[in-house]
Design a protein around this ligand. Structure first.
Ligand SMILES: Nc1ncnc2c1ncn2[C@@H]1O[C@H](COP(=O)(O)OP(=O)(O)OP(=O)(O)O)[C@@H](O)[C@H]1O
Length: 350
């Protein structure tokens, strides 16, 4: 089902939580809604489920205006962070429960429950009660219980938040597999960029009630439209430097009028390189090494420079001599205006 927000605004008393949102989720798409705490993610899901009505604007499902439609008629399924399983019912009865409420006969609802249990890989747990399951298994059951209703739209509200790291990784892949198999249009709410980047076809970044940018993980990382997105997406975090401080170290081709307008220079850790490559270089900085870390397969080096402390992921772990200069590569460098807009992107505009 295609979902369309047209100029949707939601206010609580004086606070505008969502401010004229416009976006479309295509039929079968898996979109992550990524934003910091309080950015309005849950509010947006509640609008889709029909638990809230917007202050202004329209919500369309397959082109039909459902802004004021009763939640029961929307065919929307929701899965929450805390599973919300019925503790006194077995796995099979939990999954079959929505069909019982819909007065589907016993044989059919158990056959369907078996089918969905297989889909989410809990078919070997059918007689257990929720307390005897791991968090990941409980979330699988919650997913099956929602999917058995064959929703036209699936809403996942921080479904991985209560899981430990290993289960989280496993369920991320599972959510994607199950969504692909069922083809259900899905909106996943998360504040975790890793979840969004690994699961979704496309990410919508929400902050301060506005869509900051919508795109693939690669587009958001390589071509952020503003400083918020540049800071929010990517680990280690982007280096942000006052333009006036870095200007004396820049020798190459940035349009002078852009430099004039800019307040902040952003540089990704991988754009601070130890040696020159065949990539365009903007300039170079004298540095002293502070600390080097190996974090899994990634290396991070903290350096002191005349423009402050920086992080590079391109300095080899020492052994030989310490580097005294780092090169600023154009790709991965950005200029931001005082209001946060990206004025120049070293990869796209150079
Ligand atoms: N019923 C309400 N009355 C007044 N303000 C509310 C109400 N519900 C939410 N808000 C406010 O709306 C804003 C967005 O809340 P929402 O729960 O949608 O954010 P969120 O992005 O889901 O945050 P989190 O990740 O912390 O759950 C917050 O500032 C919150 O305080």
């Amino acid at each position: 089902m295609q979902v369309q927000f047209t100029d949707i605004t939601l206010r609580y008393a004086q606070q505008t939580v969502l401010d004229r949102l416009n976006f479309t989720v295509q039929d079968g798409e898996l979109v992550a809604l990524l934003g910091p705490s309080g950015s309005g993610k849950t509010t947006l899901l509640n609008l889709l489920a029909g638990l809230l009505t917007p202050s202004a604007g329209h919500l369309l499902f397959n082109g039909t205006d459902v802004t004021h439609q009763d939640p029961r008629h929307r065919h929307v399924g929701m899965v929450f962070q805390d599973y919300a399983l019925y503790p006194h019912l077995s796995v099979l009865d939990n999954i079959a429960f929505p069909l019982k409420m819909a007065h589907v006969n016993r044989a059919t609802r158990y056959a369907q429950a078996q089918k969905y249990a297989q889909l989410v890989h809990v078919d070997d747990q059918l007689t257990k009660f929720p307390r005897a399951l791991s968090g990941g298994q409980q979330q699988r059951v919650a997913l099956a219980r929602t999917l058995i209703k064959q929703p036209a739209l699936l809403l996942l509200d921080e479904p991985l938040s209560n899981l430990d790291a290993a289960l989280r990784l496993e369920l991320r892949d599972e959510i994607r597999r199950i969504q692909r198999l069922t083809g259900v249009t899905t909106l996943l709410v998360t504040h975790d960029q890793d979840d969004a980047l690994r699961i979704a076809d496309r990410i919508i970044v929400l902050a301060n009630g506005r869509i900051q940018q919508s795109g693939t993980g690669a587009a958001l990382y390589r071509h952020p439209q503003n400083q918020f997105v540049a800071q929010f997406i990517g680990t280690p975090p982007i280096n942000l430097i006052d333009v006036a401080a870095i200007r004396p170290f820049i020798h190459a081709e940035i349009p002078p009028e852009r430099l004039q307008q800019a307040a902040t220079f952003g540089i990704r850790s991988e754009a601070l390189t130890f040696t020159t490559t065949n990539q365009p270089i903007l300039g170079q900085l004298p540095i002293t090494l502070e600390r080097q870390l190996q974090i899994g397969r990634d290396q991070q080096t903290l350096v002191h420079s005349p423009i402050g402390r920086l992080i590079s992921s391109q300095v080899p772990l020492t052994g030989t001599q310490s580097p005294t200069t780092l090169f600023l590569q154009a790709a991965g460098s950005f200029l931001f205006a005082a209001d946060g807009r990206c004025l120049w992107d070293g990869d796209a505009d150079a």
